[in-house]
Ligand binder design. Structure first.
Ligand code: NAD
Ligand code: MG
Length: 399
């Protein structure tokens, strides 16, 4: 499409942190973007308010039993937005012929099917939902290729790498020696290691640099977020596990780096604000105003770097272990981690037990060789890993 044509956008997970930021960026460019569909799991009031602002054709609510409430609200507001219910509707709106672009901002493997649907339908697919790519792996990338979709990273680190690379993907392999993903280290980087067993969900969610959903906030505290991002980078940039490194950079100013064959290092910098990678996904290959403030180099404090302490963040190593292990191990790791984080947030297990659930589930489940060949296979692998992880959670809870 020509750069000036209006983009019709489907925002999956519009009530979340990335979803709301996406609408905020689009609201600065009403002449460029129309909203075709919005989706939420349970927050009817927020979804309704977004519908009033954007007047989408469809609003999807996935948690059962809430559609009627949404329909009544829309009717009272005099809107003609059609309400669809259940997770199957996500794929319908993501692959709809009238949609140009899909923002994948659902959290977790729940976003896998609509991502695959959008990929197969050849959409501009803006991917924040890293878990979908961690679960889908090669199968996901095949759907992108076969569907002729344009996959654009929204995760700030991967957007940084993408921004450091030329548009012509065929040159990437020759150009890149390795990449360096930066990590803030989360809220517990300097906390006494011996006290990590008693941190609370609210402490874990108090990220020093970013305001995000609770799941990714806990993942940042364990650095499982970085582990998922290592796996995500493997697929987005077609790298070997050895070509992906991680460094702690507490200021979150450098969002990641590409080290070229000649050891020249390219970095992307900015204030920590998700509206920058979101705006780049929306406007690529152009640039639009994002609403983020510019870096002020005259007041910028020193930029620090340190290696990640594998004792403090034992989950990080699982990224390389699962990438080198049986295909499907990354999906098992993701499922276990989703269960473990939910159990931690619910107060069922301790913070330090998240890793033991993940490690135990990886030991318990060996993916079959054809689990990763179909969406059904991936979903059933995800389900069996969740069951194994739930069992481990119950064992840990037992006195
Ligand atoms: P969030 O919890 O704020 O929002 C999640 C959204 O997904 C909500 O709209 C919710 O309604 C929807 N959702 C949740 N469970 C669902 C289900 N089972 N079915 C359908 N919809 C469901 O999360 P977030 O922080 O916006 O993160 C979204 C994704 O983006 C995650 O994969 C996260 O890792 C990634 N990401 C987020 C940030 C950030 O700054 N928040 C940065 C980089 C990447
Ligand atoms: Mg990130």
């Amino acid at each position: 499409s020509t750069p000036s044509a209006r983009q019709r956008v489907c925002v999956l997970g519009s009530t979340g942190s990335v979803g709301a930021n996406t609408l905020e960026v689009m609201s600065r460019h009403r002449e460029r973007y129309d909203v075709f569909a919005l989706t939420a799991h349970s927050r009817v009031d927020e979804l309704l308010a977004q519908c009033v602002q954007w007047k989408p054709r469809y609003a999807v609510i996935t948690q059962p039993g809430l559609a009627q409430l949404l329909r009544e609200g829309l009717k009272a507001a005099g809107l003609r937005t059609e309400v669809l219910e259940g997770s199957g509707a996500l794929s319908l709106v993501a692959a709809h012929p009238e949609v140009d672009s899909v923002m994948a901002a659902i959290v977790g493997a729940a976003g896998l099917e609509p991502c695959i649907a959008a990929a197969r339908a050849g959409k501009r697919l803006m991917l924040a939902n890293k878990e979908a790519l961690v679960v889908g792996g090669a199968f996901f990338m095949k759907a992108v290729k076969e569907g002729g979709a344009t996959l654009l990273p929204i995760d700030s680190e991967h957007s940084a790498i993408f921004q450091c690379l030329p548009e012509d993907r065929s040159t990437w392999g020759r150009r890149i020696d390795h990449i360096v993903l930066t990590a803030s280290g989360g809220p517990f980087r300097q906390r006494d290691h011996g006290t990590l067993h008693r941190v609370t969900p609210d402490e874990a969610c108090a990220h020093p640099n970013w305001v995000m959903g609770r799941k990714i906030s806990v993942d940042s505290a364990t650095m499982m977020n970085k582990a998922l991002e290592v796996i995500e980078a493997r697929w987005l940039f077609d790298l070997t596990p050895e070509q992906i490194r991680v460094v702690i950079h507490p200021q979150s100013i450098i969002h990641s780096m590409v080290v070229c064959r000649d050891n020249s290092v390219l970095a992307q910098l900015g204030t920590p604000d998700m509206r920058v990678p979101i705006a780049y996904g929306l406007s690529f290959p152009e640039r639009i105003e994002s609403g983020a403030s510019a870096l002020d180099f005259t007041t910028l404090a020193a930029l620090q770097f340190e290696p990640a302490d594998m004792q403090r963040y034992p989950g990080l190593q699982l990224a390389w272990d699962t990438l080198r292990g049986a295909e499907g191990s990354t999906a098992v790791l993701n499922a276990a981690n989703e269960v473990a984080v939910a159990a931690f947030l619910a107060g069922t297990i301790r913070f330090d037990q998240i890793h033991s659930v993940n490690a135990h589930t990886l030991d318990a489940i060996t993916p079959s060789s054809d689990a990763c060949r179909s969406i059904e296979g991936l979903l059933s692998l995800d389900a069996s890993a969740r069951r194994a992880a739930e069992q481990q959670v119950s064992r840990l809870r037992a006195p």
